[in-house]
Design a protein around this ligand. Structure first.
Ligand code: GDP
Ligand code: IMO
Ligand code: MG
Length: 431
């Protein structure tokens, strides 16, 4: 089997970190292709919790190579903090384990200030971004004025690019947003110092990954965010600024699609969303609090309470269409234990008409009313199930229902945050 992409099939926070950690055992190289530190990927290994914003979730496996590819936007302060924390916990003792793309764009302080100021100005219509400067950094990349990791290694050229950017950004920050300006010299010195520290990790990551593949390595791509947050196909403008779908993994890492063997979509057994935007199956009042508390649904990056809803099949069918899923990794099934009944949304009703597909227009998505099927719940604690047959009958029926309404096989079921709380039904690296 060739390489495998793991990505979010919903609105992010599906449990990609845990799934990547599981699949890392069967792969050699783990690549983060897109996004930035808007992502928060949580792993729990033997009771210890780790949250990664930039470093691939395979890093806890000794000897596995981890790559942050060119498509990622890097806040160097956050990356260095993550590196230091890992080293402090006994990991990443060999710097050669981590590779960072020379061409990755760098998040600078003005990106973060603009992100925050823009959200503030939007008021009620705000996107609910993670305020990490992600959108403004990608804007600069597309406008071809971005500063990249390689620039941090050339002081004169970096200073020149920073000066040119500050002229425009400070004008915007001061005159349009009425905020603080970013000082040139302090920023220049600070970022060149980051470059000095990051130098050891910076390489041509596309060349590295392709060489690895040529030598027979199994590569695992760790998607960030989720399909419905995709800049082209998501609930625009309530999206992130990247292609979070399978194609983005190829462009972000500089690997051709013919090298990809399978795409696995991670989906919760229900649904969550952080930030604004349509969410047809959203729960309210006591119903939402129950799921939020059991599932500990608070953002790993911002700590915001996540909006929670029932499993939405049109959304996952859409994820299948956009990504060509070979399987679903279904997470957090344990969170539904103890509910007398569970519901799945099989279609929407929009203006009195039944619709099986996710609508493209935001106004329609906002008006979509879920058409539910109700299933029997299960009382048993399922967190110690390790085989599919260990699950109670009603839980198995629920998983099979998801397969039926999404037309995608459930290749893995996760029954708790721990590495071993996992049922692997089909391993994409062995198929
Ligand atoms: P990611 O961004 O897709 O990696 O997901 P997050 O880490 O933001 O959020 C998923 C949360 O669910 C994390 O706190 C995980 O530890 C936790 N988690 C993952 N799988 C399971 C599971 O099967 N059951 C439970 N109870 N928690 C899980
Ligand atoms: P992981 O990888 C969930 C959401 C934000 C906001 C929108 C735009 O952990 O699944 P941005 O800061 O990217 O400009 O915010 O996207 N968002 C996420 N939601 N999980 C994520 O990442 C997210 N990354 C961004 O909440 O609605
Ligand atoms: Mg997350």
């Amino acid at each position: 089997m060739k390489s495998v992409i793991v990505l979010g099939a919903q609105w992010g926070d599906e449990g990609k970190g845990k799934i990547v950690d599981i699949y890392s055992e069967f792969s050699d190289t783990i690549v983060r292709p897109t996004g930035g530190n808007n992502a928060g990927h949580t792993l729990v290994v033997k009771g210890e919790k780790y949250i990664f914003h930039l470093i691939p979730s395979g890093i806890l496996h000794p000897g596995k190579k981890c790559v942050i590819a060119n498509g990622v936007v890097i806040d160097p302060k956050v990356l260095l903090m993550e590196i230091d924390r890992l080293k402090g916990r006994g990991y990443l003792q060999d710097d050669g384990q981590l590779k960072v793309g020379l061409l990755a764009n760098i998040i600078l302080p003005y990106h973060i200030l603009i992100d925050k100021a823009r959200e503030e100005k939007l008021g009620d219509r705000k996107i609910g971004t993670t305020a990490r400067g992600i959108g403004p950094c990608y804007e600069d990349k597309i406008a071809r004025v971005g500063i990249r990791a390689c620039d941090l290694l050339r002081p004169e050229s970096f200073a020149e690019k920073l000066r040119a950017n500050l002229e425009a950004k400070n004008f915007l920050l001061k005159n349009y947003f009425g905020g603080e300006e970013v000082p040139f010299q302090r920023t220049c010195d600070e970022y060149l110092a980051y470059g000095e520290r990051l130098k050891t990790y910076l390489i041509d990551t596309s060349l590295f990954i392709n060489d690895e593949i040529a030598q027979g390595a199994k590569v695992l791509f760790e998607g960030a965010q989720g399909t419905l947050l995709d800049i082209d196909h998501g609930t625009y403008p309530f999206v992130t600024s990247t292609n979070t779908t399978a194609g983005g993994a190829c462009t972000g890492s500089g690997v051709g699609p013919t090298k990809i063997g399978a795409v696995i979509g991670v989906s919760k057994a229900y649904a969550t969303r952080v930030g604004g935007g349509p969410f047809p199956t959203e729960m309210f009042d006591e119903e939402v609090q129950k799921i939020r508390d059991r599932g500990n649904e608070y953002g790993s990056t911002t700590g915001r309470p996540r909006r929670c809803g029932w499993f939405d099949a049109p959304v996952v069918r859409y994820a299948n269409r956009l990504n060509g899923l070979a399987g679903i990794a279904l997470t957090k099934l344990d969170v539904l234990s103890g509910l007398p009944n569970v519901k799945v949304c099989v279609a929407y009703e929009i203006d009195g008409v039944r619709r099986d597909q996710v609508p493209l227009l935001l106004t329609e998505f906002e008006a979509a009313k879920p058409v539910y099927e109700q299933l029997e719940g299960w009382k048993e604690d399922i967190s110690s199930a390790r085989e599919f047959d260990d699950l109670p009958k009603a839980a198995r029926k629920y998983v099979r229902k998801i397969e039926e309404i999404t037309a995608v096989e459930v290749a893995l079921v996760s029954v708790g945050p721990e590495r071993n709380q996992t049922i692997i039904r089909r391993n994409p690296f062995r198929a």
